[in-house]
Ligand binder design. Structure first.
Ligand code: NDP
Length: 326
């Protein structure tokens, strides 16, 4: 068990955390990034990234995160493979966090970049058949369903991207959506409708994942029509739940203000939480944009504000309003 001290403790290693680290390291704050359960964050479970600026051709999500981490380390960040299990924010700075390893982390400032995780439907059978036909990540598990019948549940960008991705492995992909129109971007909808491997079932919700976890796994989905209430059945070998994400904020309950969905509240237009010296960036505080590039942007803002916060404390002043020095 060790105790690690830093001027900037960053929890989370997606684009927000790593960008905060790059800026923090260059500001000589010797940041520590505690990586969490999914080092690199959500981009490590995606494939093609076509909208991160600077790359004309698609890049791979895991590659992009490796590069961000390498850059953060190159400028002086310490990456630690641990998962924070408790944080003490209430007492004010320095902030103390404890890792799963038993190690203790003390930060003069704290940057929360814990991101968001896939949501589940909560329907019977979903949990029992998890990993046995039911998954929340087509890019991770799609390969296992080569030539098999698969379904994706949801109507947003993630669901459509997952359905399109699955056509690499299967000619029999069904997208199941609870309404009669998708919320995914038009370009993705066009690709979806152009594919003869994808069939869309409108106005349907999954009320049960059926199968035997001990023998063969998922066999079919019990669907209910959201308009007529009629039940039907769809035989599938794999089902991918893609209905959005929930912020990873369990650690901060009762210590930082959150909205009704658990997203951390920040001062509008800034990454500042209600506690001076604690900043939130990326998906954990953003239920609207949730893009790698916006996460990176707010990570940068968190590091700049953390630096300004410490500088102001050093001279016993409030942080200046304008960031002229940057
Ligand atoms: P979204 O919140 O955009 O979409 C969730 C979908 O799941 C909706 O269609 C919603 O239905 C459906 N849904 C939610 N709850 C249930 C439920 N209980 N039962 C059935 N269906 C349900 O999440 P995404 O993960 O798709 O996207 C999140 C954000 O990330 C978005 O801002 C998106 O643009 C962005 N993103 C961008 C990508 C890119 O640019 N390449 C790739 C992936 C995501 P309904 O429509 O009826 O509400």
């Amino acid at each position: 068990m060790a105790t690690h001290h830093t001027r900037m403790l960053i929890i989370g290693s997606g684009p927000a955390g790593l960008t905060a680290a790059i800026y923090g390291a260059r500001a000589m704050m010797a940041p520590i990034v505690v990586q969490g359960l999914q080092p690199g964050g959500q981009l490590t479970i995606t494939t093609d990234v076509e909208n991160y600026p600077g790359f004309r051709d698609a890049v791979q999500g895991p590659w992009l995160m490796q590069e961000m981490q390498a850059q953060a380390e190159h400028v002086g960040t310490r990456m630690i493979w641990d998962t924070i299990v408790s944080v003490d924010i209430d007492g004010g700075a320095p902030f103390r966090a404890v890792g799963d390893s038993g190690d203790e982390y003390i930060g003069e400032t704290l940057v929360i970049a814990t991101g968001a995780q896939a949501k589940w439907l909560g329907a019977p059978g979903e949990q029992e058949l998890g990993g046995k036909g039911v998954s929340a990540c087509a890019t991770c598990d799609g390969f296992f369903y080569r030539g098999k019948r698969v379904a994706v549940i949801g109507g947003g960008n993630t669901a459509v991207e997952e359905a399109l991705y699955l056509t690499n492995h299967s000619d029999n992909v069904t997208l199941i959506h609870r309404r009669d129109s998708l919320r995914a971007e038009q370009i993705l909808q066009q690709r979806l409708h152009a594919s003869d491997k994808i069939n869309v079932l409108w106005n349907k919700e999954v009320v049960r994942f059926a199968g035997d976890a001990a023998a063969g796994g998922l066999t079919h989905l019990v669907l209910r029509d959201t308009v007529t209430g009629e039940d039907s059945s769809l035989e599938v070998d794999g089902a991918f739940v893609a209905i959005g994400h929930a912020p990873a904020t369990e650690l901060f309950k009762g210590q930082l203000p959150m909205d009704d969905n658990g997203y951390l509240l920040v001062e509008p237009g800034t990454p500042k939480t209600a506690v001076p010296g604690v900043f939130a960036c990326g998906d954990v505080a953003d239920h609207v944009y949730r893009q790698a590039v916006t996460a990176a942007g707010t990570g940068c803002m968190a590091a700049l504000d953390a630096e300004r916060h410490l500088a102001a404390q050093a001279i016993g002043a409030e942080p200046p309003v304008a960031a002229a020095a940057y």
